[in-house]
Design a protein around this ligand. Structure first.
Ligand code: HH2
Length: 289
């Protein structure tokens, strides 16, 4: 995608930040869960979570996304109390450092109570893999100034791979995201606060994920900034034959494929490597002759 076309994506309004989307942005993942598929248990201890967040900031993350519930295929739900206990103290602890660096904090949650507490604690973006479907979720966001990421998922994490059936995966995901964005706008969430995400791996086979990536420009054509999360996912494992800890190169190839088709935000575990890869990609895209 040409730099001048990307500049037309404007700014994402998220709380006290306005994030220019004239270049692809890197969202660093911080999972404070015992069971996340790639980093479960590693950052449950507050000290290691903060250390990892600071490392991602110095590695060039543009957004930090804190999650207190795993949504990997087959994951069991987390209680509201556990999620609040895991996430809110981290938002409070990271807020000043992130503010100083101009980096919005995102909270990855499906629960309205966690959304409200996260916003009160200083989060600027709510990343909801359930696209604000939970009763009360839209009401938790609408009166605030935060941005929201609406992701497509079919079914629930515990069972979603059993319902991975589509006639036209790209068209169906696009229609779902357009519908959810319209509902949010009608409820008072302005267009420049909305990000959409096709939800790679959420009720999708390898073939579905590849089709969504190849035709990502159709989702971009909706006119909302598009976020993608392919980092270390099982599709990368299926294509490369690599275990979770060895999927960085494959994940970067997927991230570059996505930004080349117009993705505005890439949600990744390997921030430094992705930032480097995007620097090279951007230099090529901006070259003159
Ligand atoms: N993927 C995961 C979690 N949240 N949010 C968005 N917007 N897009 C994604 O693709 C996405 C997401 C799953 O990855 P991860 O957080 O690493 O694992 P787990 O759910 O097991 O914690």
């Amino acid at each position: 995608m040409l730099p001048e076309v990307r500049a037309m994506q404007g700014n994402l309004r998220c709380g006290r930040f306005s994030l220019p989307l004239d270049r692809p942005r890197v969202m660093g993942v911080l999972n404070v869960t015992p069971d996340s598929f790639s980093d479960g248990g590693r950052f449950l201890d507050r000290g290691s979570a903060l250390e990892h967040a600071c490392r991602m900031l110095s590695d060039g993350a543009d957004i930090i996304d804190i999650g207190g519930e795993s949504t990997r295929p087959g994951a069991a739900p987390t209680s509201e109390t556990d999620e609040l206990d895991r996430v809110i103290p981290l938002v409070e602890a990271l807020r000043d450092e992130c503010d100083a660096r101009g980096v919005p904090l995102s909270v990855d949650t499906r629960k309205p109570a966690v959304m409200r507490a996260a916003i009160a604690a200083g989060a600027s973006l709510i990343n909801d893999v359930g696209a604000l479907i939970a009763p009360g979720a839209i009401d938790a966001i609408a009166p605030s100034e935060v941005a929201v990421c609406l992701m497509h998922m079919r079914g629930e994490p515990a069972t979603m791979q059993q319902v991975a059936n589509y006639n036209d995966v790209v068209g169906e995901v696009k229609a779902f995201l357009a519908g959810r964005a319209a509902v949010c706008e009608a409820a008072g969430i302005a267009r420049d606060r909305i990000v959409v995400d096709p939800g790679f791996g959420f009720g999708k086979t390898v073939g579905h994920n590849l089709a969504l990536l190849r035709w990502l420009a159709e989702i971009v054509a909706l006119g909302y900034p598009v976020a993608v999360g392919l980092s270390r996912k099982s599709t990368i494992g299926a294509l490369t034959g690599r275990e979770v800890g060895e999927r960085t190169a494959g994940s970067i190839a997927a991230a570059l494929s996505a930004v080349a088709r117009g993705a505005a935000i890439v949600r990744v575990h390997d921030v430094r490597e992705t930032v480097d890869a995007l620097e090279v990609w951007r230099a090529v895209e901006g070259a003159n002759r």
